[in-house]
Design a protein. Structure first.
Length: 457
């Protein structure tokens, strides 16, 4: 069945969303083949649950305005089905449960599947392959050659210092660093979602003269469709023992680098009468270790509230929080921080470059130094309503000025077209001509691009 055909549709419920099932058949119309095809590898797929890359891909297809672009998104699954979601073709990649190497296997298998698809389909425009994170460095040169043989372009999002994450053992952290080096070397373009990450890439890998551009994540700052007195929101508050406007909020994965331990310990040491609600992924091992260490289960102000996948409910929970606590210490621009700035008036952020780059003067900052956060919480408790509302105005203005999804996705669409248009075929070879520069590097060369494009740093 044709990708664009909608006769005899079959739908499946996945992550609370109805997805149209696609046939395995590869027959396609001329209009489909003439589109600019973009293959996204490295997220767990869409519909999104928690996770920065999943949120990014979800919004990329949700806010797509250019119908001449066809997205293909890999999904981690236990079958090989294909779906259509918000116009994107989502293809499942079946991966065996092989422990920590599962994510590497997934990216390799997904990228291989994308390249084989392009080889079969004979697409009319140079395809874009966008790899999220630097997991597959040891294999990327092999894939780069195959991509360039097709006349395709390899984009890489380097993410944010995965090799620093404490959840990984020392050998795994070393692998991440080596893998990042190899990915930077081979990418035709590195798309950095943080200015700090771009600076790091250009400084630490200057010997490769990497070609980079900065494009952040975005944020939807529209209010929740739920009313303040909606049954769904009030029911959630009652279930968790919370009161509207009387809780500090944390949203994010339950992992050490998000400073959950520091947040809980400092909150317990503060004299605030408000509660701490943590909406997070399940991690029983870390939960039990933390409780044994801090004894937070004896403090009735601490509420581990589980997960919330209803986005309108989550937005309402953010809106009615007294303040948001953001402890992420590793990574680039974090979606949960953008969402907090767009929805919560008062935001207390861990003081690291990635966070202050986003929050600027629209937030307050704390460190891991003992007493830093607890004293800030007590100070926050004393702020007047006018002061809190002023922080809210600054936060929303920050999102509107720099992180609107409509603007971010539009920039991505322009980027995909520009990178594809830079490919020229001469005889049986493909060449890359960036931004009208006369110098042209054959795709078969070591780096594809040997000179960074000036206007994109």
């Amino acid at each position: 069945m044709n990708e664009e055909t909608k006769k005899n549709d079959v739908f499946e419920l996945i992550c609370g969303k109805m997805l149209r099932v696609l046939d395995a058949d590869d027959n396609a119309s001329d209009s489909f083949l003439n589109k600019q095809h973009v293959f996204i590898v490295g997220s767990k797929g869409i519909p999104a649950q928690y996770g920065g890359f999943e949120t990014y891909v979800e919004k990329m297809v949700e806010y797509q305005t250019d119908k001449n672009i066809q997205f293909h998104v890999a999904r981690l699954a236990d079958d090989e089905k294909r779906y259509e979601y918000n116009g994107a073709i989502c293809f499942n990649v079946k991966v065996p449960d092989i422990g920590p190497a599962k994510a590497i296997y997934y990216d390799v298998a997904a990228l291989d599947k994308c390249i084989k698809y392009c080889s079969r389909m004979n697409l009319r425009r140079p395809p874009i392959f966008y790899v999220l994170a630097c997991r597959i460095g040891p294999f990327i040169e092999h894939f780069r050659k195959r991509i360039h043989k097709l006349g395709g372009v390899l984009l890489v999002n380097p993410d944010g210092h995965e090799w620093k994450r404490s959840k990984w053992s020392l050998p795994v952290r070393k692998y991440w660093k080596v893998s990042e080096d190899l990915m930077v070397r081979s990418a035709d373009l590195l798309v950095c979602d943080s200015k700090k990450i771009e600076e790091y890439i250009l400084e630490d890998y200057y010997q490769y003269n990497p070609r980079t551009t900065y494009l952040s994540y975005g944020c939807d700052s529209t209010p929740s469709c739920l009313a303040d007195d909606s049954e769904k929101f009030l029911g959630w508050l009652k279930e968790k023992g919370l009161a509207s406007g009387e809780y500090y909020l944390v949203v994010g994965r339950f992992v050490p680098e998000n400073n959950v331990e520091t947040i809980v310990r400092e909150f317990m040491q503060s004299n605030t009468s408000k509660k701490l609600a943590l909406i997070t992924t399940e991690n029983e091992k870390l939960y039990n270790e933390l409780d044994k260490k801090l004894g937070f289960s004896k403090d009735d102000r601490i509420c581990f509230a589980g997960s919330v996948y209803d986005q309108e409910l989550l937005k309402k929970i953010r809106e009615k929080a007294y303040a948001y606590l953001h402890g992420h210490s590793v990574g680039g621009t974090n979606p949960s921080l953008l969402e907090a700035l767009g929805s919560t008036n008062l935001n207390l952020l861990f003081d690291v470059g990635f966070n202050s780059e986003v929050g600027e003067d629209a937030a307050l900052y704390w460190t891991c130094e003992q007493g830093s956060l607890s004293s800030l919480i007590e100070r926050a408790d004393q702020l007047s309503e006018a002061q809190i509302n002023n922080y809210g105005v600054l936060a929303k203005r920050r999102i509107e000025d720099a992180y609107r999804w409509e603007s971010i996705v539009s920039q991505y669409q322009n980027l995909f077209h520009a990178e594809s248009a830079a490919v020229r075929k001469v005889g049986n070879e493909f060449f890359y001509n960036y931004s009208g520069t006369q110098k042209r590097e054959p795709f078969g060369g070591m780096f594809g691009i040997s000179v960074s494009e000036p206007g994109r740093r």
